[in-house]
Design a protein. Structure first.
Length: 77
């Protein structure tokens, strides 16, 4: 179904079904970004209130985690 990490192939490798007829648009990706954003925001606020780390700790924590969650859940969406 996927040709690489985040892009779809044009047809099925087994049955040759064309995936071009299934245009889902940007809806799932936008919905996914809102879900991941809510998760990261809740976690960042919790960490800030409990531990009060410096700003650079937030950058080291949340940027990679956001990237991993978006790329990981993009296939599901």
């Amino acid at each position: 179904m996927f040709s690489n990490l985040i892009s779809f192939s044009t047809q099925c490798g087994v049955c040759d079904l064309s995936y071009t007829q299934f245009n889902v648009g940007d809806g799932p990706a936008a919905f996914l970004i809102m879900i991941v954003g809510a998760i990261i925001t809740a976690l960042a606020i919790t960490v800030q209130l409990k531990f009060d780390p410096p700003f650079w700790v937030h950058i080291l924590l949340w940027l990679p985690l956001t990237l991993i969650l978006v790329l990981g859940f993009l296939r599901l969406a």
